[in-house]
Design a binder for this molecule. Sequence first.
Ligand code: SF4
Ligand code: SF4
Length: 359
Amino acid sequence: MLEQAGGLRIRTGTRVLIKPNFLAPARPERAMTTHPLVLRAAAEYALDCGSRVLIADSPGMGSFDRLLREGGYADALRGLEVAARPFKESVAVDIGQPFGRIEIAREAIEAEVVINLPKLKTHAQMLLTLGVKNLFGCIVGYKKPEWHMRSGVDRQLFARLLVLIHRAVDPAVTLVDGIVGMEGHGPGRSGTPRPFGVLAAGASAPAVDAAICRFLNLPPERLPTHRAAAELGLAPQELEISGDFLPVPGVRLPVLAPLTFGPRRMQRLMRKHLVQRPEADPRLCRMCGECWRVCPAKAITAYARQIGFDYDRCIRCYCCVEMCPHGALKAAETGPGRIVRKLAGLRDHLAVRLEKRRR
Ligand code: SF4
Ligand code: SF4
């Protein structure tokens, strides 16, 4: 698959970067991270082509050594001549409007070939995390929250940022590990592993992402990154898919409710009461502090035995949900928000029926 999808750019001595999804230390069966055997296969392929291989990412939490051990990578990569380390240094790259120059991991920019190895998972903010989203990991650790803050509650702006980072990193090939992926409250421990039995690869990350949408019975336009890629002329016009690719039914996806609506003066209030938001399950929360450490908006307060959210400050980035090591957080709709969404759905349904009858 790698060879067909673009890996042939690899020659003897080529500097290859493999960028897996190393979200956090987690056993492979949690389906939070790229499976170690998928990573090994990609590394073996690149080594067979005679390249020098670096495996790197910028995990959201936990030490890199622990991630390699717990994720099964230390065992899977044993005997292979590869380097594995976290991204540390950045270089400034002009990714285009409206962001201009931003700091991206040096190894990602300087690699001659980047092999992008995302995991097929749901994502509370971006619906799915696939090829385009995986490259946000090329922003080194502490800079990520800054970008969440700068995009604020504008989900489409954040999607554009992701597409532009992907364009700057320019992966030669994207191979999505969906053998066992994740549905429900992904992409962290609150998500539910689901065996999809699929690997999808291509030279264009937006095209691979669109193919995965087709596999999940989902119009690709529902992906914010697909819409942003379309605006930038990077979305595929048509998909050519080879191999068996039977769509899977009934995948549980997050609800992506709008984050801003109503008159401008009312938006803060509406967001507070109508927009879905992170919620903690006090039975699972162990007060470990990971969520308030990662929250870019400083919207989480630790009390004696529980945490509290300031929903006025919260920008709904769901970094806390992603990083909670105990699966205690999820994105939850508010009661009034659910009613409004159902009424809006009913209104759209009636409008379609009326339009059909009129014709
Ligand atoms: S990260 Fe999870 S377990 Fe830790 S304090 Fe936050 S909600 Fe609780
Ligand atoms: S509380 Fe969670 S969703 Fe809200 S800003 Fe902080 S990390 Fe993002």
